[in-house]
Design a protein around this ligand. Structure first.
Ligand code: SF4
Length: 294
């Protein structure tokens, strides 16, 4: 029996978020007239995109490298950095190309302001986020290390409910998980201050991704394994479509992943470039042609 061709669609709401578009654009602008630019941490959690930028002269450095630089130029990525990074830059004469996403910057300011008030009131700032994640480190830095980081609603016991609580979320966390944490916190401390700090782009992507994943037979989710947003969005796809597959790039695809006439949805994280979604969709079309001809 002849194999029916696959139908392939790219999710129109996938691709880089505004913060990543801006950071990558600034890096490329700079590299159009310079041979090298340092980025403090990976500008985007996607190895193919990092490879493309590396060929243009972008070099990823860590904090130890950063501290040893003098009179150089360094890009700060969309996740942002704690105040200590800017102090090091000033002391070492490092010029910063600051690509902190405006949404993250506004959140950092709010965390700083609320932390000062909480201190005066004997309260505490709680951040719902992934411990060690760059954005979370940047937020904790606004509180001089005093904020409590809670990675999941199960870690609620870290909070001292005898004292006032102000709760924030990392911008890329799952809105439903945050809502669950908020309910738990409010059940223990009714007057807890809760700030709605999940990025609007991320929150609306959650909603549209659910209907996209449910309307296809198979979902191919394209993301770097380091992307925390990628993990959250892939889990979301899998919760509505058990035939969801995560690949880092087109080479991760296999003919056995598809069945006769499947409709295949291709989507990705906020760190997945459009060109990579297109490359994966093209490879699925090539697999379809191969299977039809076999
Ligand atoms: S996910 Fe939202 S807050 Fe985070 S970098 Fe992208 S646009 Fe900015």
């Amino acid at each position: 029996m002849r194999f029916m061709p696959l139908k392939v669609e790219i999710d129109p709401s996938s691709g880089f978020c505004n913060g990543v578009v801006r950071a990558v654009g600034k890096a490329e602008d700079y590299l159009s007239s310079h041979s090298r630019l340092y980025s403090l941490g990976a500008i985007v959690h996607n190895s193919s995109e990092l490879g493309r930028l590396k060929r243009k002269g972008l070099e990823i450095i860590d904090m130890d490298d950063f501290r040893s630089l003098h009179d150089d130029t360094v890009l700060i990525r969309a996740h942002g950095e704690p105040p200590s990074t800017y102090r090091t830059a000033e002391a070492n004469g490092i010029r910063i190309i600051d690509c902190t996403c405006p949404v993250v910057l506004a959140l950092q300011r709010k965390v700083r302001e609320v932390c000062l008030r909480m201190e005066a009131e004997g309260g505490q700032v709680v951040i719902f986020g992934k411990r060690g994640h760059a954005e979370v480190n940047g937020l904790v830095g606004q509180t001089e290390g005093k904020a409590i980081v809670v990675g999941s609603p199960e870690e609620i016991e870290k909070i001292d409910f005898s004292r006032p609580v102000a709760l924030f979320s990392q911008t890329t966390k799952d809105p439903e998980e945050y809502a669950l944490l908020v309910r738990e916190v409010r059940s223990r401390r009714e007057d807890a201050e809760v700030y709605d700090t999940i990025c609007r782009q991320v929150a609306s992507r959650h909603k549209s991704l659910v209907s996209f994943a449910a309307s296809h037979d198979v979902i191919v989710f394209v993301s770097g394994s380091e992307s925390s947003n990628g993990k959250v969005l892939f889990d979301l796809c899998r919760s509505v479509n058990p035939r969801s597959i995560m690949v880092e790039e087109a080479s991760g695809l296999r003919p056995g992943m598809f069945r006769d006439g499947d409709s295949v949805g291709v989507c990705g994280a906020t760190s997945t470039p459009q060109w990579q979604l297109e490359a994966v969709a093209d490879s699925i079309t090539a697999i379809s042609l191969f299977l039809v001809e076999c």
